[in-house]
Design a protein around this ligand. Structure first.
Ligand code: PFF
Length: 447
């Protein structure tokens, strides 16, 4: 067993956790979920989900991680509840499944960066997407993306993850602000902002049952909750840091990046008269890339956009690989490099079916989003709120000046509000999986 590293500074931890949170989920999935769920109506519910459910749920993972200073599987044993290792292991399993297809989408981004330089997608973004998203090219770019991820994780916490994210996060923010400023000059800007920012309450009321689970699922995904990743990252954290303060900073920065992405995407889509909710990850690549092809200066801006997307995807993928890696490194006598390479290769193999078919990729995504994430977060909530509540209350207060009332309120929130919200999400999520499988008819569902 090797000596465990810790973050060099508290800011190092915050950057790495923000890096995990900020990813394809913010820049890609958030604008398109917003677009397909009625614009500002979704945004409103999403923000509530992030702050009322996501933020307190992040504290749950932090408490388990820092309380044990162990990887997410061994953590529960260390805390004296060995049976609950299953919850951590399910989170790690979710990380592996997610990374398998996340890396495929990361590979698409690499193709789009190349395509921005050669102009390959400007004429017909749909055909380009078809060529790079499923088949040999996709298997190859998936391998490339995975190789970069392995490279960073192999260098470890301080030299790999911390250094990489400290460069990536500011770069992402600066570039996005630049793109948003450019978006403001487009003809579609006013209409885009209107759609994005002024909620249609009639739409919200009529679609509440479908908006809520999407918003809660998106909140978990974007904050990297339910993957045990925040358990792993908090396990490298010092005793004296304030978990609520760090978590607050992470949630705020993550939300700002998503909001900024909306300020880029909506003006662009409205400028070319594209349907904002053209739906699905694939369609999203097509419509936005198509827009870059039609707008003056779009090729350079498309290039910048996809570079941002790649940085964001990498700063997330390293956290997904770090979680299983930390478990093996903590428990077995292999070097970090060996473990990262071995696991990375395994994940690559698991992802191959999704690199060959976007339909399969959609399935992996749906199972993670609708089933695995809510189940893992629910297990964590029961553990933190009911099973190990004394320890949790103790740990959340450590390093803060907050009074005991804060810990008590949080604990009750974790005991009641989060499980109820997740229960609802889970029911609706399972329904939507059954619809996808053709077992249920869409009309019966979702009110
Ligand atoms: N939060 C990332 C995103 O929004 O793209 C996705 C993700 C990364 C989830 C890492 C989980 C994780 F461990």
């Amino acid at each position: 067993m090797s000596e465990r590293e810790t973050w060099t500074t508290r800011v190092g931890f915050i950057f790495a956790a923000v890096g995990s949170a900020v990813g394809l989920g913010n820049i890609w999935s958030f604008p398109f979920q917003t677009g397909s769920n009625g614009g500002a109506a979704f945004l409103l519910i999403y923000l509530l989900a992030v702050f009322l459910i996501g933020f307190p749920a992040m504290m749950m993972e932090f408490v388990i991680g820092r309380g044990s200073s162990m990887n997410p599987i061994s953590a529960f044993e260390k805390l004296g509840y060995g049976n609950w290792s299953v919850a951590g292991a399910l989170g790690v399993f979710t990380s592996i499944v997610t990374l398998a297809f996340y890396s495929v989408v990361g590979g698409w981004v690499i193709s789009y960066i190349a395509g921005s330089l050669t102009g390959a997608y400007f004429g017909d973004a749909g055909t380009f997407f078809g060529a790079v998203s499923a088949g040999p090219t996709s298997v190859l770019t998936h391998a490339l993306f995975m190789a970069i991820t392995i490279g960073i994780v192999a260098f470890g916490i301080q030299n790999g993850i911390e250094k990489a994210t400290k460069v990536m996060i500011p770069a992402i923010i600066v570039l996005l602000v630049g793109l948003a400023a450019w978006g403001a000059t487009l003809d579609g800007a006013a209409a885009g902002y209107e759609y994005y920012l002024s909620p249609d309450f009639g739409y919200l009321a009529a679609n509440f049952a479908s908006i809520v689970p999407s918003a809660v699922g998106q909140a978990f995904f974007t904050l990297s909750l339910g993957f045990s990743v925040m358990v792993a990252y908090a396990s490298y954290l010092g005793r004296d840091d304030s978990l609520p303060a760090d978590g607050g900073a992470i949630v705020v920065v993550n939300t700002l990046v998503a909001l900024l992405a909306g300020f880029v995407v909506f003006p662009v889509l409205f400028a070319i008269g594209a349907e904002p909710g053209s739906g699905g990850l694939g369609a999203a690549f097509v419509s936005l890339a198509g827009a870059f092809g039609q707008i003056p200066g779009g090729s350079i801006l498309g290039f910048v956009f996809f570079i941002i997307l790649l940085l964001a995807a990498l700063s997330s993928s390293i956290s997904l690989l770090e979680t299983p890696t930390s478990y093996v490194v903590d428990n077995y006598d292999y070097s970090r490099k060996q473990v990262a390479t071995g696991l990375g290769a395994l994940v690559w193999a698991v992802g191959i079916p999704t690199a060959l078919s976007t339909n399969t990729l959609g399935w992996y995504n749906a199972v993670v989003f609708n089933l695995l994430l809510p189940v893992v977060v629910l297990l964590f909530a029961v553990f933190v709120g009911w099973v190990a509540s004394d320890l949790s209350a103790d740990e959340i207060g450590r390093g803060t000046t907050l009074d005991a009332g804060f810990a008590t309120t949080w604990l009750w929130w974790v005991r009641i509000v989060i499980p109820v919200a997740i229960g609802l999400t889970l029911v609706l999520g399972i329904q939507s999986l059954l619809i996808r499988a053709g077992v249920l008819e869409a009309a019966v569902i979702l009110g």
